[in-house]
Write a protein that binds this ligand. Sequence first.
Ligand code: FES
Ligand code: FES
Length: 151
Amino acid sequence: MQLRLTINDQRHELEVEPHRPLADVIRTDAALTGTKVACGEGTCGSCTVLVDGRAVLSCLTLAVACDGADVRTVEGEDELLGRLQAAFTAEDAFQCGFCTPGQLLSAVALLRANPRPSSAEIRAGMSGNLCRCGAYPAIERAVARAAGEAR
Ligand code: FES
Ligand code: FES
């Protein structure tokens, strides 16, 4: 099937099989390997990207269902994403880093919807993103730091 996607402001015209997940198309066809696939079944959040501003699990999303959509990945240029990346670095909010791209995109969606989240709101907003390294306290601090810098 023909598929038109704008990924990080770049237009892509692709031909894809209808069963292929968005994560696969982003990583393989668009060669943007920052989006990580861990569980591949909608459990961990590592594959989170923004589709028309909404955080979605790209391993569970059919690419053809996103025809015409605007997709944002961790490679994108975005002021809020950049601020979160700096905050994650400052707070040491990762160990292996495999979950980090998904954490960052979920945090972008969270702070766009709620620029001043409480600790409980940060934890709830990030609850779909698992971190096997257990960096949760630092991730929460990083999201709060990025939100604080916005205030
Ligand atoms: S890889 Fe998509 S939710 Fe785990
Ligand atoms: S930093 Fe390793 S899984 Fe989160």
